[in-house]
Ligand binder design. Structure first.
Ligand code: MRU
Length: 344
């Protein structure tokens, strides 16, 4: 079964509703920027690169019926950009994608508006294609860090569902499995949203990669048994010094990996690096609905009338990261230098 997070048919952006997985495969047709905003905000589509590509199409859907008067058109384009940027705060890929579309329109501002609209659509299509190519390269670079017989631990979902194809950290596992054959994975369930149990387990099963699913609090024990050779995680935003925001629980995993002397790798396309942010302290962390913590699978599991924390992401300080695997190569410490170099 081919798993695709999104598909544009020339008119409509079709999003696979990830909230319903792994049990139902429901198509969400998005015809407007509002539909795309809703899909991102409500996590029908999630994962930093997938959100970026969806937002690029959202820019097109938002302005395809905009006035042909140039001033009005650019006003509308700016409004749609700000609106889409507000859908989720942490993944920089969202802003990166809408900014790329906006800058492209500005570059073509001397053209008639219908031509600018066509250029925006072509750019969104190109960004979708690029994402798949980038992820493939990430898998190539990342798999060099593993060998036959290795077991790779991961958190959240960084596969085809979180991207356009192949995935990021998942691409490293996928490519290592293709190259070395005897590769196993361990997927953390990733409370509270269960991206690991619902999505990564589905993708690993479909890819035929042998794996075990564990709850998040089992990671330390499994590491202490010598069952893990490396940890790969995705990223929602990487600061200029290498500090990385990713799914809640990533920081805990990095601390555990360091204690057990297991290599810990962040895996992301270069578009996830935010050079405007010097350290992880500046990364905005999304707080989600307390219901995600008090409930599991739609059923309440905690008593009424209690206080809840629900940060959706955490920040892993650069010193806990052994390398950052990107589509342009593997970055090593000091990350401020290697990041600067790669962004040149
Ligand atoms: O809240 P989510 O499911 O959008 O969070 C996703 C993650 O944290 C991923 O690890 C990250 O976006 C990288 S996906 C290739």
């Amino acid at each position: 079964m081919e798993i695709r997070s999104l598909r544009f048919d020339g008119e409509v952006l079709h999003i696979l509703d990830q909230r319903k997985l792994p049990f139902e495969f429901v198509d969400v047709p998005c015809r407007t920027a509002e539909d795309v905003w809703e899909a991102i905000n409500k996590m029908k589509i999630r994962g930093a690169p997938a959100i970026g590509v969806a937002a690029a199409y959202g820019m097109y859907l938002g302005i395809k019926n905009a006035p042909e008067d140039k001033e009005q058109f650019f006003k509308e384009l700016e409004r749609v950009k700000k609106y889409l940027d507000s859908a989720r705060p942490t993944a920089v890929n969202l802003k990166w994608a809408t900014t790329r579309i906006f800058n492209l329109a500005k570059k073509f501002e001397n053209l008639p508006v219908p031509e600018i609209k066509n250029a925006i659509l072509s750019e969104a299509i190109a960004m979708e294609k690029e994402d798949a190519e980038r992820n493939f390269r990430i898998g190539e670079y990342g798999s060099e860090l593993f060998k036959d017989g290795d077991t790779i631990m991961t958190i959240c979902n960084t596969g085809a569902l979180a991207t356009v194809a192949y995935g990021t950290a998942f691409s490293v596992i996928r490519r290592s499995f293709e190259k070395y054959k005897d590769i196993k994975a361990i997927a953390l369930e990733t409370r509270p949203y269960l991206q690991g149990a619902r999505l990564t387990a589905l993708e690993l099963r479909e890819a035929g990669i042998p794996f075990h699913l564990i709850t998040d609090n089992m990671a330390g024990f499994i590491m202490s048994k010598g069952l893990v050779n490396g940890v790969v995680v995705g990223a929602d935003r990487i600061a200029a010094n290498g500090d990385t925001a990713n799914k809640i629980g990533t920081y805990t995993l990095a601390v555990l990996a360091m204690y057990h002397k297991i290599p810990f790798y962040v895996v992301a396309p270069v578009s996830t690096i935010d050079p405007e942010i010097n350290s992880g302290k500046e990364i905005p962390i999304e707080e989600r609905n307390p219901d995600e913590v008090t409930h599991c699978g739609g059923k309440r599991i905690a008593p009424e009338g209690i206080k809840v924390y629900n940060p959706a992401f955490d920040v892993t300080p650069n010193r806990l990261i052994d390398a950052i695997i990107t589509d342009k190569g593997v970055l090593r410490k000091p990350f401020d230098k290697s990041i600067k170099e790669i962004l040149k």
